[in-house]
Structures are given as structure tokens and as C-alpha cells.
Design a protein around this ligand. Structure first.
Ligand code: NG1
Ligand code: ZN
Length: 558
């Protein structure tokens, strides 16, 4: 009898001697060795959907800020988050996101391991056997409908890799909805909308137009009559964010009444220019504007990454000095603004706000949150899924990685409190209206560069601040991030949210000895989850000391 699973994967044989691993950002590597992985991810997504009684699962084909020749794939859970430890939407056929249970036996690690195993099976028969073994092990009824929604960024390899995913889905008899080109956060938005459609927690219309309308309308409401000052130049990394931002602008208040946005580096016709000398990763890593930038002094600029899930701000001052406002800054800005709104609405007795960071957050940002904003800070390992998970435990959780990945999430109970609260004065009502608009403006499925950017613009307009005022809230400690090429990064094991090495033995002691001698010194080393390297981070009271500390730790790791 024909085996449709084996037949589907046989069309996409794996590359010789490549070992695949589902890491921090899904599978990500050179596009020319990904065909087999894509077809098999289709199978895993179909199984995951069936395990969740036919909920929509997302597949995003992207390699974010990586070079144009790379690509990758990520699976997205029903509420638009990454494969999570305890998904809130579980084994129930109804779509009520309130239904929380601990009966879900599937953990993030298990599904990541399943995906990794699936990707590394050598023959079509073994893949098919593994598919059935997973179904058996987790009592997945293979007759249950499976539904998968897919999108991709603008990489040249995207169309071919999409066809591999579609073949996998066809082999598994899954329903496929292909949205073509989307930003990563737009795909997350679609997944959440599709799974909550027609329920009390409906997230929005599952269309691109629905996404723009939701953001545009919330932006207008959140501005509450305030007008952003000046203009904003947005570098789109020559990625999918460019055309999508151009479309979004049509839904924002017209130029004279609202924000003037200049879209630059939006060439998606030449996919080889993606992330090259532009984009959030370039700006953050090189601590300078893209060479093509024509922005004048004090012009407000921001950069997205290749799939528009990261944003960072920057400007050059009148002395031509470059200043970066990264994810840490966006977190402190958002936490301070939302904290004020909660207080002004009269909700501070019922709601608390917290901030989640990684070890890469600048020490000055952490201090500012604790000492000035008087908020709780949690530190998690690198990777949005960890931050998101920690933020889920808070009433209002603001989470950002320093590199610009992040968002704000409101718990289900918090959403209810905000929706039902009766203001007791016109001032409370005004703050509450703005808070409610922010809830709609913020993409709660995942960090979203376009939504985060509009939130920053709203906050700056309300505070009547430019980037200079925003920058002056605190001084970043000078810092340096280095990459060490090592033969085997797996020997570097960490603890304490990746801030300390436990292996190789003795290395952490050597780092500690050096750090102790440096004013305001802090440094750590961890294996990258996306590249074959160890990253070294160092910060200190002065630029020279930070650079020197980073160099010394580099030498220890090398
Ligand atoms: P790794 O390679 O594990 O450091 C990098 C970024 C993360 C995150 C992931 C996913 C740094 C230091 N690390 O992870 O923040 O964005 O890529 O894209 O920026
Ligand atoms: Zn990205």
C-alpha cells in the first residue's frame, strides 16, 4: 500500500552529513540544505495541530537577520507564541483561551526534540515510522483534521522551501493556508486570529487588512489627539518589513495630522541586498547607522531586521555622535509609560507590572528599572520564548532583548480588569482609554517591529520627547559583544540565566578574577544558540575598560 508520508519526504532527500537542530530560532542554516527539513516540519506541524484537536499551527519560513543565502523555519503555537513549555490552549476542541490546564503532556523540549529527530531521519521509511511513533506515543488520532498556516520572508529560496513544506503537509493530509509574504509577527498574528475567531477572545480579523486596520485604529486612539513631532526614517533591512510598512502607512493618520514616515532600504526586488549594510542587526552590532543613511542631525531613525520582529532606534547628534536606543531602552520607555497609565487609571492596587530581560541587558537599564521605576526585573536565558514565558507570569510583562526583540503582554485576568474597570474621574477615563488603545496596539502574540515602533511613537508624542530626551533618562554602561570561534561550543554550559559558566571547569573562576578588578565590571560567556560560536559580553565604567575586559575574557575562552 502506498505510504503518502514516505512518498512526500522522498521528494526532498536530506543533504549529506548535515546534522540539524531545532534551536533558539527554529531550524536555521544555508538554504540549499533545508529542503528535507521543510517537508518534515510540515509533518511535525500536522502532528502538533492534530494533538491540539485541529488548532491552527503556524510555519514561518525565514532566517531573520541572517545573510541572504540562509533560510530557516519556525513553528508557531495556537496563540501565536513559539513552541511553549505549557501552552495555554490545550487539548480542547473549543477555542477558549481562558481554559488553562496542566494536563498538557507536551513540553517545548519534547516538541523541539521531536522536530530535531524528524529532521535527522535518513530514509523516507524511517520518517514515516517516526511520524506514526509520535502519534502512538501521544495518542494522536491521525483522523483528526490538521490545519497549518504558512508565510515566508522575501528570500530567494523562500518559494522553493515553501513547496517542500506544502508537500509535507499534503503527505500528512493537512489543510494548508498560505499567506505568501508576511513579516514573522504578522504570521503569529494570523495564527492567533484564526484560533480565536468567533470567541470572546477574538484577536482580530485573520487577514493582512485586518492586521493593518487593527494597528492603525489603535494607533489613532492611543495618540489621543497628540501629534508625533518631526518625522521617522525607517530602515527596513531590504526585507519584508519594507512593503508591509508601506501598506500599514495607508491605515495611519495622514501626514499632516500624524507621523511622517520615510521608508528606506525597502528593496525586495534584489533579495541579495537583504540585511546587507543595513537593518537592526547591522546597526546594533556595528553601533552605527547604515552607510546609506541620509538622515540629518537629530533626525529620528529606526531599523527593522529582515523579518520585522526587531526594532531599534538611533540618531546622530549635532556633533555627529551616534546614539543607539535599543531593546533595553524600549523596555524602560514602555514600562514607565504603562506604569503611569495604570496609576493614573486608578488600577495600581489591582495590577502590577514587571520587566523581563536577558543577561545582555545593560546594567544601567536594569538599575533604572529597579531604582527609578521601582519595578521587578526578571532575567531569563537568551531567546524570546524564555522571556515570553517569564512575562506570562506577570499581570503586565514588558520583555525585550537588548537587540530589539520584544513586546508587552497582558495576562487574561489583566485584560478583563482593564476592560471592566469603571473610571472615577475624567482623568482616570483618559488614562484608561489610552491604556486600552495600547493593549490593542501591542502585538501580544510576539515581538513585532511595526507594532513596537508605533508604541514608541505614541509614548514619545505623549511625553513630548525627542530621542535626546529619551536617551537622557539614564546613561548606558559602555559595553562590548564579541564572538569567539570555538571547535565545540557544546562544552560551554551555563547556569543562572546564562550569566555563569559551570563548564569547562575553572573558566568561570578566571572570568571572576578579571571582572573583580574592573570598575562596574560585568562579563559573561555563553554558547550561541544560532551560530557555531561562543559570545562574550562585557560592560564597565568606561569604554576602554569594557573593551579591555571583553578582550581578556575572549582570551580565556579562545
Ligand atoms: P544567540 O545566537 O543564541 O546569541 C541570537 C541573539 C538572541 C536572539 C537569537 C534569535 C544576541 C546576543 N543573541 O541568539 O538575542 O535574537 O539570536 O534570533 O543578540
Ligand atoms: Zn527577526
Amino acid at each position: 500500500m502506498a505510504d503518502p508520508i514516505a512518498e512526500a519526504v522522498a521528494k526532498h532527500p536530506p543533504a549529506q552529513s548535515v546534522v540539524y537542530s531545532y534551536g533558539t530560532a527554529g531550524f536555521r542554516t544555508k538554504a540549499n540544505v533545508l529542503d528535507s527539513v521543510m517537508a518534515r516540519c510540515g509533518l511535525v506541524a500536522a502532528l502538533r495541530s492534530r494533538a491540539l484537536k485541529g488548532k491552527w499551527i503556524g510555519i514561518m519560513i525565514t532566517a531573520s537577520h541572517n545573510p541572504p543565502e540562509d533560510n530557516g523555519v519556525k513553528l508557531v503555537e495556537p496563540l501565536g507564541n513559539m513552541l511553549t513549555v505549557w501552552s495555554t490552549l490545550l487539548l480542547y476542541p473549543c477555542c477558549d483561551v481562558r481554559m488553562r490546564t496542566r494536563t498538557n503532556r507536551y513540553t517545548q523540549e519534547e516538541w523541539e526534540v521531536l522536530a530535531t529527530e524528524m529532521a535527522n531521519k535518513s530514509s523516507p521509511e524511517e520518517v514515516s515510522k517516526h511520524y506514526r511513533a509520535i502519534a502512538d506515543k501521544f495518542h494522536i488520532d491521525l483522523q483528526t483534521p490538521a490545519r497549518v498556516v504558512i508565510a515566508r520572508d522575501t528570500r530567494a529560496s523562500g518559494a522553493r522551501l515553501l513547496s517542500c513544506v506544502l508537500n509535507g503537509l499534503k503527505g500528512a493530509s493537512a489543510e494548508a493556508k498560505d499567506f505568501g509574504f508576511l513579516t514573522t509577527p504578522q504570521l503569529h498574528y494570523m495564527v492567533r486570529c484564526l484560533n480565536t475567531e468567533g470567541t470572546a477572545d477574538a484577536y482580530g480579523a485573520p487577514t493582512e487588512k485586518g492586521y493593518y486596520e487593527k494597528l492603525g485604529e489603535a494607533f489613532k486612539r492611543a495618540l489621543h489627539g497628540k501629534k508625533p513631532s518631526g518625522s521617522l526614517t525607517v530602515d527596513c533591512a531590504n526585507g519584508v518589513g519594507g512593503p508591509k510598512l508601506t501598506e500599514l502607512i495607508k491605515y495611519l493618520p495622514p501626514k499632516g495630522e500624524g507621523l511622517e514616515i520615510f521608508v528606506v532600504n525597502d528593496d525586495v526586488i534584489k533579495p541579495e541586498s537583504l540585511n546587507v549594510e543595513c537593518g537592526a542587526d547591522f546597526v546594533k552590532t556595528n553601533q552605527r547607522a547604515p552607510p546609506s543613511s541620509k538622515a540629518g542631525s537629530n533626525d529620528r531613525c529606526c531599523s527593522l531586521d529582515g523579518d520585522a520582529d526587531r526594532v531599534i532606534y538611533y540618531f546622530k547628534d549635532s556633533k555627529n555622535m551616534f546614539h543607539l536606543l535599543d531593546g533595553d531602552r524600549i523596555a524602560t520607555l514602555a514600562a514607565s509609560f504603562l506604569g503611569d497609565l495604570v496609576r493614573q487609571s486608578g488600577l495600581s492596587d489591582s495590577l502590577t507590572l514587571g520587566v523581563v530581560q536577558t543577561a545582555y541587558a545593560n546594567g544601567a537599564a536594569t538599575n533604572y528599572v529597579v531604582q527609578n521605576l521601582k519595578l521587578k526585573v526578571d532575567c531569563t536565558p537568551t531567546g524570546v520564548k524564555y522571556l515570553h514565558h517569564a512575562a506570562e507570569k506577570m499581570d503586565i510583562g514588558v520583555y525585550f532583548e537588548a537587540n530589539g526583540h520584544g513586546t508587552v503582554i497582558f495576562s487574561i485576568d489583566t485584560l478583563e480588569t482593564i476592560a471592566k474597570y469603571e473610571p472615577r474621574s475624567p482623568a482616570q477615563k483618559e488614562a484608561l482609554d489610552i491604556l486600552r488603545a495600547c493593549v490593542d496596539l501591542i502585538n501580544q502574540a510576539v515581538g513585532d517591529a511595526l507594532s513596537d515602533m508605533l508604541l514608541v511613537e505614541v509614548i514619545l508624542a505623549h511625553k513630548n520627547w525627542g530621542l535626546q530626551e529619551w536617551l537622557s533618562t539614564y546613561d548606558d554602561l559602555p559595553n562590548r559583544l564579541l564572538k569567539v570561534k570555538v571547535t565545540d561550543r557544546r562544552i560551554f554550559e551555563t547556569t543562572d540565566a546564562e550569566r555563569r559558566l559551570v563548564k569547562p571547569k575553572g573558566v568561570q573562576d578566571d572570568i571572576d578574577t578579571i571582572v573583580k578588578k574592573v570598575r562596574q565590571g560585568r562579563s559573561f560567556a555563553r554558547a550561541s544558540g544560532t551560530e557555531d560560536a561562543v559570545r562574550v559580553y562585557a560592560e564597565a565604567a568606561s569604554r576602554a575598560e569594557a573593551d579591555d575586559l571583553a578582550q581578556k575574557v575572549y582570551k580565556i575562552i579562545e
